[in-house]
Design a protein around this ligand. Sequence first.
Ligand code: C2O
Ligand code: CU
Ligand code: CU
Length: 505
Amino acid sequence: MNMSRRGFLAVAGGTGAAVTLTSCGSEAKPAQAGELLRSKAPLPEPFKVPLPIPPVKKPVRTDATTDYYRVVQRKAMVEILPGLKTEVMGYDGLLPGPTFDVRSGRATVVEQVTELDAPTVVHLHGGHTPAPSDGWPLDLLMPTGHQHEGHQMMSGGDMKTGSRTYTYPNTQRAGMLWYHDHTMDYTAPQVYRGLFGVHIIRDDEEDRLPLPKGDRELPLVIADRAFDTNGAFLYPLDSDGMGVEQKYMEGVIGDVTLVNGAPWPVHEVDAVRYRLRILNASNARRYELAFDKGPATFVQIGSDGGLLDAPIEHKTLVIAPAERFDVVVDFSQYQPGDEVTLVNKLDNNANVLRFKVARKANDDSSIPAKLSSYAVLPKPSGVVRREWRFRRGTANGHQGWTINGRGFDPKVMQAQVKLDQYEIWSFITDVHHPVHVHLSPFQVLSRGGKKPGAYDHGWKDTVDIRPAEVVEVLIKFTAHKGKYLIHCHNLEHEDMAMMAAFETI
Ligand code: C2O
Ligand code: CU
Ligand code: CU
């Protein structure tokens, strides 16, 4: 079969001859992997728009074990840049989508209805999810009333038309997960247009802690975008419309930073502790978050997979696409009237978000020295080891990104992994790649032959691997047999085939 550049889903057909690489692609890269896409619209003035908080989704019904929800994927015109309208493709027409706020051990059942005109797939990132609900990239939710013969022929996945129900058991500890599109070949443009949102799991262990709560607990979903003159999102689709332009294969970097969907917003805070739950939902951009003026620091209390055992203080926070950091910031170190700005040190201290310290207030929160039962697992001996090499290369006949020498092929299982056994996986890179594994979290054992880095603590499901680096992780899959994915979470890399399937048995 003649495969399209990025895989099967884009219907096959002459997008040019195979390109052979002339460089081995291992030249040193700056910290920012990606190509800047500049807005044509005038950039908005920073710190004018208040920080929005995505609404918490209400169940349509609940029973003894389960909460049932209904989400409509649709287009909507929203004001992101003041005075202009942007068409988004959003869960309930929102960017970000509504927040799920659920209990560990209670199942979440989501009926996803589509009013869009393109196939979609929903994945719960960080979820311990049975394979039929995990968002296999060809388990498509198809629009109603359209012809999809090409997709029918090519897919080989489980297709549904109009609506599709996903079941998340939430049999896992508290943490901030996120849900987003995972359509084969189209994840990057579809997430870019708005198909992402937050899914928070809570449990008793966490509820007992005296952490900041209520409106002192803020989700901060950071994503960069570029805008056309009329306010539309700019995304560099190839002329065949089948994915990103080759020029942007390193990743699309926008020049406007959105936090919870607003450009460089401002948020008024009391001079007290806040819990900030930070997600980097950008396609490709990394951030090294810092405050423009002291003395505030980030006290990390959790990572992708929930609470750490003990807090860790950071001056700056390096966060790659798809990673989450749960931090407490103490604004009582500032005076009412002070303004403190979160900036990105990787981009010459570019603005991200401003806090205005409004007033003194009571604070009964604290950060306990012992946060959770999380424990570092001992490195076992005699376990199965696997290597996953993330490299630029020829993927499905075209220039793209590969894992262990091949581009994503949904028919090929690159590994068969037994449930309930520890494995040590080594991730090996050429350039920067944020590596993500579905189904189970992992613990970082080593980075570059040394101990884990400052940001590697806790249960992770995404780990940022720097150029020409090796990171070893300890992983164990449980409960669910089926087809799962490992991939780069730079979404342009992912769409250009840097994804591999494995099977749990
Ligand atoms: Cu957040 Cu397979 O992805
Ligand atoms: Cu995932
Ligand atoms: Cu990558």
